[in-house]
Structure formats: C-alpha cells, structure tokens
Design a protein around this ligand. Structure first.
Ligand SMILES: [Zn+2]
Length: 284
C-alpha cells in the first residue's frame, strides 16, 4: 500500500494555495480538506471529503496528493538527510502511536501500558513519554525492540502475554491496572489483554487494525473502561510532530532499522513479516 510519504513538491494544481513547488512536505495516508466539521473537530481521517492516499501507492518516485492544502504540511526548510527517517515516521507510525496515546487519555504522571512492539507501539511509548506519563510499561518479547522501547521512555518491560501479561501489569500497578493502555496490534488476544490491563476509569487507545476482534458487551460494561480508536487523524498532530523533530527533541526515525532501494520493496516487506526488521525505509 505505501502509507507513509514525504518529499519535495514538484507541481501543484490550480486551486492549491498553501503549498508551492520546491517545498518539502509531509502528508498522511488519508487526504483531508482540513476545513469540514470532522476535520475541525480533529478527526481528519474521517474528513467528509477524505481520499485514501495510501491506496494510490506512495511507494513511488512521484505521488499525486489530493486536497493538497488540507493534507500537506511543509517543513520550515528542506531537511538534511538525517531528518528524513523521522519526518517519514511522522507521516504514519509516529502519528498513529501519538493518536494511540491521546485516545487512551495519557496524561502527566499517569501509568501507561503499551501492547505491541512494532513501530507504532514503540512510538506510542515515545508519545506517552512526551505527554508526561510517569511510568510506561512496554510489552515486548524481542530484545532489540525492548532496547528501543527503553530508549523511548519505557520504564518497565513485560514479556508475558495473555492472562499472564494481564497478571504482570496488575502486579506492577498495585493490583489496579494501568491508567491508559495503547492497543497497537489488532488481534483478539491483544484487545482482550488491553481491556483487562486497564483500571476502572482508565482508557484504551485502539490503533491496531482489528482482525477477528469481538468485544464482550458485558465485560466492557462492567470494566468501566473507555475505548477510543480508529485510523489516526495524523494531520491533527503533524505540525507539532514536525516541530518536535525539527528541533531534534524526538528521534522517531530509529524505528527504521532497514533501508532499501525502492526496487527491493518485496524484500522490505519480507524482512518485516519475518520480524528481521521493525520497519523498512524505501529510498526512491
Ligand atoms: Zn474534512
């Protein structure tokens, strides 16, 4: 599909007014006008005029981005190559991890658990730290990912899953459960784990695209847990994320641990599928 993209503007349509050729821009997987009621409420990925840019295939030399004024955010200048991985991350995995933290209701001083140690989960850890979480529990079984999670702010690592994973989190939180849990996987097991790891009154941010997930109504009802999620409104966060990257406060680009030329895209996917790489960066 090719969700993420950033690059130099080559040409703009006649009605585009805020983006000009030569600028470096970052967009997100849904194009949005950024003016309709849903956009103004901060839900650009539910824009009344949204178009799926990812489906157009952003893994290419050139990409047509609809609704350019609303979709694209320009960087202050053309970035050096060292900033490219982080700006590319802002386009999806960082924006999605950030959304998971916001949707879960992460706040200063709170305890957060992150289910999933892919790029989104790891950047959810980073987002939780930036939003002021005091304790961040990352659930991961892979040593290299645990290391990056710690670098991004994880204070505890839990390797157990399922019932045992829930028990560990309950244990680490004095029997309460976490204030906010980021569900970054999308399986039935991970969703159940997230819901049962959250304390009453806490929130779960769901960003893992659900596959075969069903939630038990009774269980949800009696849990007193708030659930919000969906495709990340990355556009809401892009200006702030670009600023954090530009000022080098955050370095989300570290999730790209494999760089390949565009024509080796199949190997890039295979490496991620076999968990040899967290995330592949393709160079046009
Ligand atoms: Zn809109």
């Amino acid at each position: 599909m090719g969700h993420e993209y950033c690059g130099i503007v080559e040409e703009v349509g006649g009605e585009v007014s805020t983006v000009t050729p030569g600028q470096f821009v970052v967009g997100s997987f849904f194009a949005s006008d950024n003016t309709c009621p849903h956009c103004r409420a901060g839900y650009q990925s539910s824009c009344q005029h949204r178009e799926n840019v990812g489906a157009n295939g952003a893994q290419a030399q050139l990409l047509r981005v609809p609704l350019a004024d609303g979709t694209l955010v320009a960087t202050p200048d053309v970035p050096g190559s060292d900033l490219l991985p982080s700006l590319l991350a802002a386009s999806d995995v960082l924006g999605t991890g950030w959304w998971a933290a916001v949707a879960a209701g992460v706040q200063p001083g709170k305890t957060v658990a992150v289910v999933g140690d892919g790029a989104v989960g790891l950047l959810g850890v980073l987002a939780a730290r930036e939003l002021g979480a005091e304790r961040i529990i990352a659930m991961s079984r892979h040593e290299s990912r645990q290391k990056l999670a710690r670098e991004y702010g994880a204070t505890d690592i839990v390797t157990e899953r399922g019932d045992q994973g829930v028990a560990r989190i309950t244990d680490l939180t004095d029997g309460l459960g976490a204030d906010a849990v980021l569900e970054c996987v999308g399986t039935s097991e991970s969703m159940s784990q997230a819901l049962r790891s959250t304390r009453p009154g806490g929130g779960v941010g769901v960003v893992g695209v659900p596959h075969g997930v069903s939630i038990d109504g009774q269980e949800l009802f009696y849990s007193h847990v708030r659930v919000q999620g969906g495709p990340a409104p990355v556009r809401r966060f892009l200006p702030d994320l670009i600023d954090l990257i530009w000022t080098r406060r955050i370095d989300p680009g570290q999730v790209f641990d494999l760089t390949l030329p565009l024509d080796q895209v199949a190997e890039g996917y295979a490496a991620m599928d076999e968990r040899r790489a967290i995330k592949t960066l393709l160079q046009p």
